[in-house]
Design a binder for this molecule. Structure first.
Ligand SMILES: Cc1cn([C@H]2C[C@H](O)[C@@H](COP(=O)(O)OP(=O)(O)OP(=O)(O)O)O2)c(=O)[nH]c1=O
Length: 194
């Protein structure tokens, strides 16, 4: 065992498994509401940090053997506006209409907590969507795929069909950028890049 992953996301678990570290999941939910006028970069970094620290505390509370705790947060940013996970199908359709035919940012922040030390790293990608018709949006929303995802789409699923251009990290958009994760783990003496 090398570390804990403070995440409920199956996608993050699958991606972390590719890095070749031994990890276990730990549950540590945090409130994801942005602060008033919070800057998107500050927001994802604050949440990743909060999730890692909550994971460290949950580990201590459960008397588990101590290891560093990794967490992440992903958000979509369109013209400076934070688009988190949709509240319902109407909200998902509205977000997809906003993303249609334009370019947005996907920010994924990573944090590792160990005792009082927390280190972070940020992955930033630019994603361009083709113009979407109302019928395409309605069909995609009806598939259910948008509901648990920032920006109401999954690039790794059917949502990938809408992406005409990507500049940055595919795994970062999915929620755990492999390169940045390996770099961060190496600072703790973990993983293939250590
Ligand atoms: C843009 C995009 C987001 N997403 C997902 C990644 C994240 O899981 C989710 C954003 O929500 P997050 O709050 O980052 O993560 P989460 O709540 O799913 O998991 P946890 O906090 O427990 O780690 O959106 C995709 O899967 N594909 C995409 O293309």
């Amino acid at each position: 065992m090398d570390l804990y992953l403070a995440s409920a996301s199956p996608r993050r678990r699958e991606l972390l498994a590719q890095i070749g570290v031994q990890f276990e999941r730990i549950a540590a939910p945090v409130d994801e509401t942005p602060l008033l006028n919070e800057d998107p970069h500050g927001y994802v970094l604050r949440l990743a940090r909060a999730k890692a620290q909550a994971g460290w505390l949950a580990m201590l509370a459960a008397n588990l053997p101590p290891h560093p705790v990794l967490a992440a947060d992903t958000t979509v940013v369109l013209d400076g506006e934070i688009l988190g996970k949709p509240d319902d199908e109407t909200h998902a359709a509205a977000m997809l209409k906003q993303l249609s035919g334009s370019t947005h940012l996907v920010l994924t922040a990573l944090a590792i907590a160990e005792q009082d030390r927390v280190e972070t790293v940020l992955s930033e990608s630019r994603v361009t969507f083709m113009p979407l018709s109302d019928a395409q949006i309605a069909r995609y929303v009806a598939s259910g795929e948008p509901m648990d995802k920032a920006g109401a789409y999954g690039i790794q699923g059917q949502g990938g069909l809408f992406v005409s251009h990507l500049e940055g990290s595919f795994t970062g958009v999915v929620g755990l950028p492999l390169h940045e994760t390996a770099q961060l783990l190496a600072r703790y003496g973990l993983g293939a890049l250590a």
